[in-house]
Design a protein around this ligand. Structure first.
Ligand code: NAI
Ligand code: SOE
Length: 396
């Protein structure tokens, strides 16, 4: 069976998740489109890269991503570094003719994302942006029901992404709080996942009206290494650095197809962990999903008998999207790892079958345009019309 060599740039949290997916994909989806081979992993020092190679199962390691991007034996470049390096690595990888999967957000802002989109288009390589939550089977099932007309015309989408890992002011100054690295805060980090849901499930977003807040203006500087995402608390005497991104935003949205709704995200919501939800109302029914209960899709169909109409739970399993490769009985448990395995499967399939998978750099760019508009709206306290070509579905 064909093998494809991976050069993975970054060996942190997402390095772990993507490595697990490379190892696991053929175990779930067989025959696999091709076998992912973990060839070379890169981190900022040889020491970190060596440790990542041992831990994550890569044959080689390097502290120079440019060398790996130029290596003729590498087929795919996987970008799992913080947001400020996505563009430079992706553009170099595209020019070297590599297929590319990049973590989200695609870039720090729309202008940067556009340079990446232009580069992959010019090079003719396959590209994917890793909004993996849409590959949760229950989310793909919601998409299927919507496409089948089961809930009719969509009237409203309400999406949230609530976490609490940064609610404590003593949790450290992750790169996720620094504009020069992250681009934006809760918006780019987690709000973009909800924007992806909204575009995937409903339609393109046409207008936004937002508020944004930074609740904690400075945080203890961490001493380097992989981010601990709030799990360590600094002592009182640790020097502090400035937070210059949003902790929270809420926005009203209008869609191209006439639907309306809202999106909100915060990492300061005590008690919420990975509370990534949507509720969608159509004129024939409603759907509700919460990632904290990701085996379940709540459905209510208007044509159910009146005396038993109400939300009921569908547990995803073999009868549902991706069921052919996952576990043989519903509710055995879909995890974060499975969403990444499915993502890897679809990406490899697109390469082997010469199609363009979604979400791709067009989607990543478009989501960056919407994110920029949300910040502009919050700053100007006014509705912002989303500019640029409407890209949903193009080249998918
Ligand atoms: P992390 O901080 O845990 O790991 C980043 C790794 O990249 C570190 O090992 C760091 O040393 C390395 N690195 C930094 N600059 C580098 C460079 N120039 N060359 C080589 N290595 C470099 O970060 P994490 O959480 O893995 O985030 C990485 C990306 O993944 C971000 O864009 C983030 O937004 C995204 N992400 C996506 C998630 C999802 O659900 N799809 C979940 C978590 C993160
Ligand atoms: C931190 O908020 C984080 O790791 C995000 O970066 C991811 O995108 C999200 O999936 C989980 O939380």
């Amino acid at each position: 069976m064909k093998k494809m060599n991976i050069g993975m740039i970054g060996g942190g949290f997402m390095g772990k998740a993507h490595s697990l997916a490379y190892a696991g994909m053929p175990m779930f989806f067989w025959p696999a489109p091709a076998i992912p081979y973990r060839k070379t992993v890169v981190d900022v020092t040889d020491e970190l890269a060596k440790e990542a190679a041992e831990r994550l199962g890569f044959e080689n390691y390097s502290s120079d991503w440019r060398q790996v991007v130029e290596d003729p034996s590498i087929d795919i470049i996987d970008i799992v570094t913080p947001n400020d390096s996505h563009a430079e690595i992706a553009i170099a990888a595209a020019r070297a003719g590599k297929h590319i999967i990049s973590e989200k957000p695609l870039a720090r802002n729309a202008a940067e994302a556009k340079t990446m989109l232009d580069a992959v288009k010019e090079a003719g390589v396959k590209h994917m942006v890793a909004f993996n939550y849409r590959r949760t089977p229950a989310v793909a099932l919601a998409k299927k029901y919507i496409e089948e007309g089961r809930i009719g015309n969509i009237l409203n989408f309400r999406g949230t992404y609530l976490q609490d890992w940064s609610a404590d002011p003593n949790s450290p100054l992750s790169w996720r709080f620094q504009k020069k690295i992250a681009g934006s805060g809760a918006l780019g980090d987690i709000g973009t996942h909800v924007i992806d849901f909204a575009r995937y499930l409903v339609s393109e977003i046409s207008d936004v009206m937002a508020v944004a807040k930074t609740w904690i203006g400075e945080r203890p500087i961490q001493s380097g290494g992989v981010d601990k995402l709030g799990t360590v608390k600094a002592d009182a005497d640790v020097p502090k650095g400035t937070v210059d991104v949003d902790d929270e935003f809420s926005t009203l949205i209008k869609f191209d197809n006439g639907a309306v709704g809202s999106i909100e995200a915060t990492r300061n919501a005590w008690g919420r962990n990975n509370f990534l939800t949507f509720e969608i109302h159509g004129d024939k029914g409603s759907l509700y999903f919460n990632y904290e209960r990701r085996d379940e899709l709540q459905v209510c169909f208007a044509d159910d008998p009146g005396d038993s109409r109400g939300f009921r739970t569908v547990y995803t399993g073999p009868a549902h999207p991706y069921g052919e490769g996952l576990w043989p009985i519903p509710a055995l448990g879909i995890g974060y790892g499975e969403t990444k395995i499915i993502e890897t499967y679809d990406f490899f399939k697109s390469i082997v079958e010469d199609t363009q998978v979604s979400p791709n750099f067009q989607d990543g760019y478009r989501i960056a345009v919407i994110s920029d508009a949300i910040l502009e709206s919050a700053e100007k306290n006014s509705w912002i019309k989303i500019q640029g070509e409407q890209l949903v579905g193009a080249e998918n």
